[in-house]
Write a protein that binds this ligand. Structure first.
Ligand code: NAD
Length: 275
């Protein structure tokens, strides 16, 4: 195990690290990123944020039309973007996605593994099909993406992996019935911690973001819609999160400014887990 003294001196804090200000260090110019589940909701906002900060962005989604539409939005802003149709629960799709990005742009610096699904049934009624489907996308899919991108990043000696977990990895939001979702997201946090510890000394950081309840199409599903009013009273901030509330976090975790951070679960939930 290599142990070294930090290269950053006190003086550099005032002059800027290697002449770069903190805002320079949060720029992503020249970086190659992908975001899964980027066809709508949180992933779409992440794709915009990474692109606005300077990265090239591969917009990945199961739904080809949505991926292409978001790619067009990015291109209209002058962001270098490509669209990839892939199902993160399928090993061949995950490998094809990784290969496609590397063959077009040469490297992968930022892997944003965000695709996820949520099904709701009482625990006593949760079928094995529901359990397996949820885990296949949320945990197995995230693992396969981390592994495929991680292999590229370990060769490069550099990479930032950002997984989307959920506040439900920490608390059980009342009165949701989502055993398979909550446990799969707790798995994403442990996956993130384990990879974070294993890969940091080879230049790869792995962190996750745990949003609270975000106003996206996911929470307007038939099963979740009736719960929204109830949740509002559980959020000290007094409102649901908007996708824009999460954008700075993904840029920070993707940037050099967060180099000393790994295995972290960044919770952004308007204080909901405090009550
Ligand atoms: P969403 O349902 O609005 O969007 C998800 C996108 O992922 C869709 O475009 C969908 O086509 C795509 N997708 C689904 N399965 C896929 C697969 N197997 N492969 C590739 N793409 C797939 O969801 P969202 O609210 O934007 O959530 C994004 C992530 O954030 C998920 O992991 C979710 O669990 C997590 N999250 C959401 C909330 C919330 O309140 N919305 C809160 C905490 C965590």
């Amino acid at each position: 195990r290599r142990v070294s003294v930090s290269e950053v001196t006190d003086d550099e804090v005032f002059r800027g690290v290697k002449g770069r200000t903190i805002l320079d260090r949060m720029r992503l110019d020249g970086k190659v990123a992908y975001v899964t589940g980027a066809g709508q909701g949180i992933g779409r906002a992440f794709a915009h944020a990474l692109g606005e900060a300077g990265a090239k962005v591969a917009v990945v989604d199961l739904d080809q039309d949505k991926a292409e539409a978001v790619t067009k939005e990015l291109s209209l802003k002058g962001i270098n973007a490509m669209s990839i149709t892939a199902d993160v629960s399928k090993p061949d799709d995950v490998q094809r996605m990784t290969d496609q990005i590397v063959s077009k742009w040469g490297e992968i610096h930022i892997a944003c593994n965000n695709a996820g699904i949520n099904m709701n049934s009482a625990s006593e009624d949760t079928s094995l099909e529901e359990w397996d489907e949820t885990f296949n996308v949320n945990l197995r899919g995230t693992f396969m993406c981390c592994q495929a991108a991680g292999r590229v990043m370990l060769k490069q000696g550099y990479g930032k992996i950002i997984n989307t977990a959920s506040m439900a990895s920490l608390i059980v939001p009342h009165p949701q019935k989502q055993l398979s979702y909550n446990t799969s997201k707790a798995g994403v946090v442990k996956l993130t911690q384990t990879l974070g510890a294993e890969w940091i000394d080879r230049g790869v950081r792995v962190n996750c973001i745990s949003p609270g309840i975000v106003d996206t199409p996911l929470i307007h599903s038939e099963s979740l819609r009736p719960l929204v009013q109830r949740w509002l009273s559980d959020i000290p901030a007094g409102r649901l999160a908007q996708v824009t509330d999460l954008q700075a976090a993904v840029v920070y975790l993707a940037s050099d400014a967060s180099d000393y951070m790994t295995g972290h679960n960044l919770v952004i939930e308007g204080g909901q887990s405090l009550w």
